[in-house]
Design a protein around this ligand. Sequence first.
Ligand code: IVH
Length: 668
Amino acid sequence: MEKDAARKRLRQLREKIDEHNYHYHVMDEPLISDADFDALVRELTEIEREFPDLISPDSPTQRVGGQRQEGFASVAHRLPMLSLENALNSGDLRNFVTRAMKLVPEAQLEFVVELKVDGLAVSLQYEAGLFVRGATRGDGEVGEDITHNLRTVKSIPLRLRKPLTLEVRGEVYLPRSSFLALNEERSRQNLPLFANPRNAAAGSLRQLDPQVASSRNLEAVIYGLGYSPALQPHSHYAALNSLKDLGLRISSQIVVLRELAEVVSYCESWRAKRAALPFEIDGLVIKINDLSLQKRLGNTAKSPRWAIAYKFPAEQAETKVLGITVQVGRTGTLTPIAELEPVLLAGTVVKRASLHNEDILREKDVRSGDYVIVRKAGEIIPEVVSVVKEKRTGAEEPFIMPALCPVCGTEAGRLSGEVALRCFNPFCPAQVAERIIHFASRSAMDIKHLGPALVEQLLDAGLISDIADIYTLSGKKAQLLALGRKVEKSVENLLSAIEKSKEQPLWRLLYGLGIRFVGERTARLLAAHFGSIDKLISASPAELEAVEEVGAKISASISEFFALDSSKELVYRLRGAGLKMSEEKENGAEKPLAGKNFVLTGTLSAYSREKAAALIEEAGGRVSSSVSKNTHYLVAGEKPGSKLEKAEKLGVSVLDEQALLVLLAKGQ
Ligand code: IVH
């Protein structure tokens, strides 16, 4: 074949294949048989083999790149990837609507209701129509680059039907049938099974080698826009349809409703229908359709005020209690656990369920040998709902909570006013392990490679015995290398991750210390308020309670924590190791707009430009006069002029005045 003829035929074939892919994946109505489609791909492959220089990166043969990745690069999301608040019943939905109606009283609300597919959120970036980057949600601000794996997902087009630059958000998931087939195959090969389709999808996307993801039949469905100034739809529904026209796969189950009652009954109708779906859903998502209303409603710290997830009540199953054991948590709490005959619950194999504490254990009267109803509520570990007393034979044995900690043997006791039994030995190995695991975890200090298994191994080998010891590991390289092949390979990565964690912001450290009742959000508030750990330590109860959301309970817990000699010593050693113990005030790191560069243009209505600039600077942002690639936001008023053009060219986010006010209020 002549090269020119080959070029021409390749173009024809690619166009045909793209068209058939579109009909198959997006329209769900294939025009030709699989065999005919395969013949087209085969012909394309053969011509490409003969003329390798004619292969284009978006060719259907190029989904699996040759290279195994070295690791995952970070991708900063231009717009945060938020999560959703949950509604568990119609009352919660009503509250959601009432709140929205208060904020936009004059509007007639319209709702889009979609399925909440249970997979992994991803962000997909297209440049001039080409798929260039795909990332996980990560912590919502920064995710991991998994382009190599997402390219293998056939329902993600490598090229859009128009050369647009945009970012979309969606869910990657594994259909039930593929999940079952995968686990069957793994069982044959004696490999550990995946607990549910969601974990299997996550595992597939976290592979360095794209061959693995490619073999897993992952699917993608797009449910929204990310940073996409090229598209200016008026409604969410219109946005989804434009995405469909561009060749992106959206759900075939999307409805627009106006009445709350209709929304509730539509959601309820899925309760029975969900089992028949070829994939798992954990609820529905209700979104306010009008995008200008969405913008006005804005977001809370974690989730939008214009959308909510309607979660189905947890699924239940019956199984037998094989025994009752006691688990010791990070704060020393002794939790009775029912060890169960494995049972399938909401797509997960359940082997253990929490009995919470001695009072509940007594109240429910769960005995070893009992048949029980177990329930799974969201992400939380399953719990025993009730005992099937009719099935008792008389051979069941009541359980008595141990007087001693089952891990260290110290006498267990209760804090006044608490039902939970506790081990008060701060050196109890169970607590130590859990504390270190928490400290290193992604939501706290985010020390990559230092997961639960390695923490246990390091404790067993005597290389660490508390949190501060993590920072002595750089001096114990030889011992680390001796831990076996698996550790050996990652020692350098581990040590550099540990080193990097010293720079983590103060709130992560505060959260990582594991002070009771100090969750991620409280840690952020405390760090922003006090600015340094020393100020926090010396704060009086009244000063602590001056912090938003901190009441007597949290304040007492913080004071108790820092009153302990062991805590003081821990802070002293962490400081000595070089950890950051304060926010850098000079660049306003604790302020909501810290590190963000703004440019103002056009006439603003609520404030003068000077006043707006002052407000931005007060919130920690910087205002400069010209747009560059370092600009994060252009605030455009009336008659914006050439700065707007430049910003659009550079892909800088453009805010109107309203959006600036929201940003100043919320600081995102
Ligand atoms: S919208 C800002 N729509 O549910 C709102 N999410 O907790 C972004 N999900 O992380 C989410 N189906 O992974 C939206 N139709 C849908 C969804 C959906 C599944 C997931 C998504 C998100 C989580 C929300």
